[in-house]
Design a binder for this molecule. Sequence first.
Ligand code: NDP
Ligand code: 8X3
Length: 251
Amino acid sequence: MNQKIALVTGATSGIGKATALLLGENGFDIIACGRRNDRLAALKDELNGKCEVYSLSFDVRDKQSVAREIALLPSNWSKIDLLINNAGNAHGLAPIQDGDLEDWDAMIDINVKGLLYVSKAVMQGMISRGVGQIINVGSIAGKEVYPNGNVYCASKFAVDALTAGMRRDLYDKGIRVSQVCPGMVETEFGLVRFKGDEARAASIYTGYQPLTAEDVADAICYMATRPAHVNVADMLLLSSDQAASTMINKK
Ligand code: NDP
Ligand code: 8X3
């Protein structure tokens, strides 16, 4: 095994998958998390020969399952050095008065409570060892609210607040806490937000050059490979064609 272990949530797709692949090529063994087992198996195959991979399948909304799966890690996988809290999505894009309660629950339960459940389960070991790093995947949506973004933006503002709060509570315990906040990234995010409507999902990435999942993984890998005395606390990462949430230079 390599020397360091990274647990990546949402490793079955998009930013999480790209991050698991890149960290796996840069000195980390990977605990890959997600609900889709076929994709976890495919990721393990892709990383074969580059690093060791342990797959964990759970829904981050299920606090018992999160705690159990992480507590039951074999001893050679239990000393997690790096946690990437990436699992999350937007569900819907509607004015607040038309919002769907199921969508609201999903965004709060996955993006906020799920991040908390996973962090709680992982940070105990980091605290007892006096070392660790947690990188949360926030968003430009956690820096500025855009029309119809209401609850998704609130969930990412919560990630922004939790990142700051976790850093304040954990910095004197040897744990670096930070966040990367991407703008538009072409992943399955649009498909999830628009409930499988491929044309609508594609439309948010056309006419300009969005970020790729690999661009965000590159930023995360940079943050994760700084010397121990350096914490890249907060990184806003935008496509050069994007200046703000609602400012995209479409040609
Ligand atoms: P994807 O839809 O491609 O990936 C989402 C990942 O989250 C999947 O691996 C999915 O795995 C996992 N996930 C979703 N719900 C759950 C759940 N209930 N339990 C466990 N895992 C879950 O989107 P992105 O890669 O774009 O999104 C990753 C993160 O980046 C999110 O936090 C998102 O908010 C953030 N982000 C995305 C941006 C973008 O424009 N794409 C911009 C800024 C931030 P599975 O379904 O297998 O469980
Ligand atoms: C994803 C970016 O602008 O679609 O967090 O909310 S945005």
